[in-house]
Design a protein around this ligand. Structure first.
Ligand code: SAM
Ligand code: SF4
Length: 483
């Protein structure tokens, strides 16, 4: 079958709907209604946000349109407080693994697009994947997100083989314990196969929720050209039993305030359709320059650093129970700032070239093999040390998904504010492993201090003894202990 016609029948079904859950005009009406809102209106919304509940679009619009410095500061403080309440002060670490840069789509902003002659195409063989994974594990990684283009060379069966391969690699320091996926939208029967091989989060970014912009960025004669196929892909994931899903927007394609509203409407749609289960994570990459890709040099709606901070805080306030991911596309300084505003996951030691972990031993780049450029190319050890210095605890925990705490189960735990009872002890165990197996002396010193502070928090609680005992067991060589 012609690859581009692969999902033709499904496309036709979506075409029959007279509307989808993103109403562009309504979003603009909501935003325009509260331009430059009064302080009392902002504070009324913040009062509600304090209760850790998902906001309504009219309320989020008020925060997005706020330009008053003093109440923006209040937004930042509350965003930080909510993140601490729901997730504690841990920051989860992961690293992407680029499996293939072959792609039949032609997204204007992406270095992998089919018309880009500046990229030499490469799909990793299973042996090469093994090499990449070994290097990642030897550097301290425990969680990864596998990234693929959309091409006949990397169909669902290939993807499943690659995931099995990643999980099969064991070294003296252990293994990758959670493999998330970032790939093109798939059909229900394909998604069931991903469920079978045991992926963590299934991520697909809508890129832009604005219909017209979506059409302009993604040519109609490509699979990605179908807006609704992408928009409803998390519905299909839920139908296939994948209840741990990640949304995202590529900021810079359209107005950032509209896009935040789009993410919120998507969240509401999923919560209403799937028994309260919204997205597990939200990502908010900004476009960065990609080789041979003029659009990426001057994005039409480039988001400034100050608007970026605001959008991160508004997302945290609007969807307090959703994990928020800030990638190494952002420079160090920006990452430091948004961590204070509600980010719960970051990548570090990242290489985004296909085959780059094996080929470039330090966190560096591989020209001609990358989808875009990264802003934070420090090593994992450097970033772990920095996070420790920010009084946060780095975590390599993979417990929830392995204990079946996903989807509705996860939401129940998250919403009853018990996450820190699991997350912090598990962060303590996984950081201890990292310090023993990989850390530099400098990082180990500050890391041990962080472990001590966080363990002391539990003094007087029943779990204190368990934490204490597990730390001794890890020191004595046991690994992968978790609650
Ligand atoms: N091919 C799949 C797709 O398009 O959904 C999955 C992976 S794509 C390699 C991962 C994400 O990278 C895209 O969804 C997009 O948001 C982001 N991306 C593409 N070009 C980018 C650029 N120039 N700068 C930053 N992020 C970019
Ligand atoms: Fe292909 Fe994804 Fe890049 Fe689009 S964003 S060209 S689909 S890899």
């Amino acid at each position: 079958m012609n690859f581009l016609k692969k999902y033709q029948k499904e496309f036709a079904e979506y075409d029959k709907l007279d509307h989808d859950f993103i109403d562009d005009d309504k979003i603009w009406r909501q935003l325009n209604k509260c331009e430059n809102p009064a302080r009392e209106d902002v504070r009324r919304v913040l009062k509600k946000a304090e209760q850790c509940v998902r906001l309504e679009p009219e309320e989020t619009a008020i925060l997005l349109q706020n330009r008053d410095e003093s109440t923006i500061q209040e937004m930042y403080e509350l965003a930080h407080q909510l993140k601490k309440e729901v997730y504690g002060d841990r920051i989860v670490f992961f690293a992407p693994l680029y499996i293939s840069d072959e792609c039949a789509n032609n997204c204007q902003y992406c270095g992998f697009r089919s018309s880009n002659t500046a990229v030499r195409r490469k799909t990793l063989s299973l042996d090469e994947i093994e090499q990449e994974v070994r290097t990642m594990i030897e550097e301290g990684q425990k969680r990864t997100v596998l990234v693929y283009g959309e091409s006949p060379a990397t169909g669902i069966d290939f993807m499943c083989e690659t995931i099995k391969k990643v999980y099969s690699v064991k070294t003296r320091h252990g293994e990758i314990r959670r493999a998330n996926i970032n790939c093109a939208p798939l059909a229900v029967d394909e998604l069931k196969k991903l469920k079978e091989v045991g992926i963590g989060t299934f991520q697909v970014f809508q890129e832009t929720y604005h219909h017209q912009t979506y059409r302009e960025m993604h040519p109609a004669n490509t699979i990605k050209g179908h807006y609704r196929w992408r928009l409803y892909c998390m519905d299909r994931a839920q139908q296939a039993g994948l209840d741990d899903n990640g949304l995202g927007v590529l900021f810079g394609l359209y107005d950032w305030r509209f896009e935040v509203m789009g993410l919120l409407y998507h969240t509401i749609h999923l919560e209403e359709t799937f028994n309260g289960v919204g997205p597990h994570t939200i990502s908010f990459p900004r476009i960065t320059p990609a080789a041979g890709t003029p659009f990426s040099e001057h994005p039409r709606y480039a988001v400034s650093d100050s608007d970026f901070k605001k959008l991160v805080a508004v997302l945290r306030l609007s969807v307090p129970y959703t994990g928020m991911i800030c990638t190494a596309r952002e420079p160090e300084k920006v990452r430091r700032e948004v961590i204070q505003l509600g980010v719960s996951q970051i990548d570090a030691g990242t290489r985004i070239g296909v085959g780059a972990y094996t080929k470039s031993k330090i966190a560096n780049q591989l020209p001609g093999k990358e989808q875009f450029s990264i802003g934070d190319s420090r090593t994992l050890d450097d970033v772990v040390r920095e996070i420790c210095g920010m009084h946060c605890i780095p975590s390599f925990c993979t417990a929830c998904y392995r204990a079946g705490r996903t989807g509705e189960q996860f939401m129940k735990v998250a919403k009853s504010r018990f996450v820190h009872n699991y997350c912090i002890p598990n962060a303590i165990f996984t950081l201890k492993e990292y310090l023993l197996d990989y850390a530099s002396d400098e990082t180990r010193l500050i890391g041990e201090e962080v472990l001590k502070q966080h363990t002391e928090q539990f003094k007087g609680e029943p779990v204190y003894n368990t934490i204490f005992k597990n730390l001794r067991r890890i020191e004595n060589g046991e690994r992968d202990l978790r609650l």
